[in-house]
Design a protein around this ligand. Structure first.
Ligand SMILES: Nc1ncnc2c1ncn2[C@@H]1O[C@H](COP(=O)(O)OP(=O)(O)O)[C@@H](O)[C@H]1O
Ligand SMILES: [Mg+2]
Length: 342
């Protein structure tokens, strides 16, 4: 049975669960005020995109003194104050296990695909999908926009979605039938998605910086970047600019990792494939993911998508720390990603 189908009949309005028993994920940056940091300096941190003490510790002192108005002495004081609020050091294995329990797995809409992924797309991690044109990467993004908003009892994330679109392929009208299939109110689902179209890699980065403010205020569970690489391939051309491109790409990916961990958000990013002449004459379709080693190291889970027969698509685990290399077949339907009917 297609996931969500059993609920579609009565078109119930899924209310967001009240999350009150959930432990605070992060300490807001304005708690520094209680530690003797003045409000003006806290505001400077916020203006630089730092909204939590947990986010603060992901910055080097060098980058913090780069913020206008923050001297080295001030930065030292701020870091000392933050260390009193969040754990900067070691924790026990048991505590690490407890932290892992905060991880939510969000359904893809296909049970076969969920099983391949160990339950769905994981929060606190980056999932990369690469594959040829029309292999279903963007359709999965649309499906996740909806399934993330389902309650956790229905394999959702009970949270909001941020969507950064670099290729101009987001279609809000696609969200409507997908929401209906999951028994959700399409209007409410659309209201819980924040969307931005990026036109340059710099714009893409600025949009990421702006997310910290939103994510510290409301419960987001998914960030989509479709695709992560397209603008870099346009804005940097030729061999001569490759080193700079990879450096800027690494910066962007590091930002994504931090967002995933700071706010326990699932990051779903798509990637393009490029011809791989080095693939050898025995490989019928030599293609490899773009972005080189920089991208390969950033993703926690790498998935390779390809077309199957008709509307069927095949997803292969390309690289993951705790999943076997295996494949799943799914299908693209008007209601989004679903199990393949054979
Ligand atoms: N409303 C729909 N119903 C069924 N299939 C659809 C629908 N919209 C798009 N698709 C399928 O999705 C494919 C496009 O997939 P997409 O996710 O955009 O590919 P990618 O992002 O990998 O390039 C189309 O070729 C079509 O087969
Ligand atoms: Mg696409």
């Amino acid at each position: 049975m297609v996931r969500g189908e059993e609920h579609a009949a009565q078109l119930l309005l899924v209310e967001r669960e009240e999350v009150d028993d959930e432990e605070e994920l992060f300490e807001a940056i304005d708690k520094l005020i209680s530690q003797g940091i003045n409000a003006g300096d806290v505001k400077k941190l916020q203006d630089a995109g730092i909204y939590t003490c947990n986010g603060l510790m992901m910055h080097t002192k060098k980058s913090l003194t780069g913020i206008k108005g923050l001297s080295e002495a001030k930065v030292d004081k701020i870091c000392e104050a933050a260390e009193k609020l969040v754990n900067y050091g070691y924790m026990t294995g048991s505590d690490a296990l407890l932290k892992r329990k905060a991880v939510v797995r969000i359904t893809t809409g296909s049970q076969a695909l969920d099983e391949l992924l160990g339950g769905g797309i994981e929060t606190g991690a980056i999932t990369e999908a690469f594959g040829e044109f029309r292999s279903g990467k963007t359709q999965l993004a649309h499906t996740l926009c909806v399934s993330t908003q389902l309650p956790t009892s229905m394999h959702g994330g009970n949270g909001k979605v941020a969507y950064i679109d670099t290729e101009g392929t987001f279609r809000p009208d696609r969200i409507i039938p997908i929401a209906e299939r999951f028994g959700m109110d399409p209007g409410a689902v659309l209201d819980n998605i924040i969307y931005a179209r990026a036109y340059t890699y710099e714009h893409q980065y600025t949009l990421l910086l702006g997310l910290a403010a939103k994510m510290s205020e409301e419960p987001f569970r998914l960030l989509i970047v479709d695709s992560v690489i397209a603008l870099f391939r346009v804005d940097f051309t030729g061999r001569g600019e490759l080193a700079e491109r990879q450096q800027k790409l690494a910066q962007m990916l590091s930002r994504l990792t931090k967002i995933a961990e700071e706010f326990n958000v699932a990051v779903y990013m798509t990637n393009q494939v490029i011809a791989d002449p080095g693939g050898g004459m025995f490989i019928s379709d030599p293609k490899k993911p773009a972005g080189g080693h920089v991208l390969a190291h950033a993703a926690t889970i790498r998935l390779m998508f390809r077309k199957g027969k008709g509307e069927q698509r095949v997803c292969k685990v390309f690289d993951a720390p705790n999943l076997p290399e295996a494949e799943a077949i799914f299908q693209i339907t008007p209601g989004g990603v679903a199990d393949a009917k054979d």
